[in-house]
Design a protein around this ligand. Structure first.
Ligand code: PLP
Length: 400
């Protein structure tokens, strides 16, 4: 099949932006001086090297806070969202243990939340894992039904990393406020993609990581509400008392500068970037469904991230498919668990059987995705599906 109009596409094509994103050159430019001449320790109070580093950290803190309607001192820097999620879930549950021992989360959270919840269970806490609906949504009503007098924390992600489904966080936040329960949201995939305001959402704890935002790997933060209520956390790192004692350890100044720069860019460009990416994603989906039979969407048709498309190609194993489209980087499940051969826990939780889960592909578009790349992807996927289905047919006939 001729690849009309696609000749200028540079290969390989990256469509795995939920796993990680490339560093935006504008972010790198802001980081570079902090890797070389401004290398000071932000905790060094007695000389200009330290002051310079501390000033950069303060500016990054302000930029991130501004992007989510928070105050700068409510931002705690971490090594990324795994640590932010661990600190939020373990830290809040342990700090409020006197008050209660029950935590509510959903079955389709990232392992950073799920495994922290399992660790809490090993400490004697009770955890309710809510089943999402068939499109991946956890409703406020489902949370309400699970609340008990002993519940201290609810942790529900803002957007799912596999199927892109958006949860009704504002409604869950309202409910939690009314019941005096803390709400944590993993906003790793949502931050910079949908508007987020911690007060409008009624969120008490919110996790962010830079590398999903065109920032560097190894830098993240946790928003920790300072008033109304003032959230207490039991730290999980012990040491020099950095970050108001909540996260000891020398600050990763270049990483933090990168996170601040990435947050500022994402917030500034959200309004123009999201419609662009959504149009490309919709073009990808409508072209695949018009040119192929047996293509179904996983997740919610509208309440989803603009850049996410997770689809099941009936009768086509995702591993075989990925071998056919080797010059296009996609994922067959959550990148963080792709070492496992188990079907994705998210796809299973929304009701896919094992075969459908193993026939699903996640396309994650991003800031640098072009129309030419999507057109190339459409042609490649259509050819790959047709080929793999044609190869299957003789075996199926022989088996009858
Ligand atoms: N939460 C979600 C929803 C994610 O997608 C990821 C990364 O895959 C994480 C948490 C973990 O983030 P990090 O890689 O910064 O530890």
């Amino acid at each position: 099949m001729p690849l009309a109009g696609n000749r200028d596409v540079k290969l390989p094509i990256y469509l795995d932006n939920h796993a990680t994103t490339p560093l935006d050159p504008r972010v790198l430019e802001e980081m570079l001086p902090y890797l070389t001449q401004h290398f000071g320790n932000a905790a060094s109070k007695s000389h200009s090297f330290g002051w310079r580093a501390e000033a950069a950290v303060t500016e990054a803190r302000e930029r991130i806070a501004e992007a989510i309607g928070a105050r700068a001192k409510e931002i705690v820097f971490t090594s990324g969202a795994t640590e932010s999620d661990d600190l939020a879930v373990l830290g809040a549950a342990r700090a409020y243990r006197e008050k209660g021992d029950h935590v509510i989360t959903s079955e389709i959270e990232h392992p950073a939340v799920l495994d922290s919840c399992r660790a809490l269970e090993a400490e004697g806490f009770r955890v309710t894992y809510l089943a999402p609906d068939a499109q991946g949504i956890t409703s406020a009503a489902a949370v309400e039904a699970a609340l008990t007098e002993r519940t201290t924390l609810v942790s529900i992600m803002a957007a799912n990393n596999e199927i892109g489904t958006l949860n009704p966080i504002a409604a869950i936040g309202q409910l939690c406020k009314a019941r005096g329960v803390l709400l944590h949201t993993d906003a790793v995939q949502a931050f910079g993609k949908i508007p987020l305001d911690v007060n409008a959402l009624g969120v008490d704890l919110l996790s962010i990581t830079a590398h999903k935002l065109y920032g560097p790997k190894g830098a993240g933060c946790l928003y920790v509400r300072g008033t109304n209520p003032r959230v207490r956390l039991a730290p999980i790192f012990h040491g020099g008392g950095h970050e108001r004692g909540l996260r000891s350890g020398t600050l990763n100044v270049p990483g933090i500068v990168g996170l601040g720069a990435a947050a500022r860019l994402a917030a500034a460009e959200l309004a123009s970037e999201q419609p662009r990416v959504r149009a490309l994603r919709d073009h990808l989906f409508s072209s695949l469904t018009s040119r192929l039979q047996g293509v179904t969407l996983n997740g919610h048709p509208t309440e989803r991230l603009a850049a996410n498309l997770n689809v099941c190609f009936a009768g086509v194993g995702s591993d075989a498919m990925m071998m056919q489209i080797r010059d296009i980087a996609v994922s067959s499940g959550s990148a963080c668990t792709s070492a496992a051969i188990e079907p994705s826990h998210v796809l299973q939780a929304i009701g896919l059987d094992s075969e459908s889960a193993h026939s699903s592909i996640r396309f994650g578009l991003g800031r640098f995705t072009t129309r030419e790349e999507i057109d190339y992807t459409i042609d490649s996927v259509v050819r790959a599906v047709a080929k793999l289905r044609a190869e299957r047919r003789p075996f199926e006939i022989a088996a009858e």
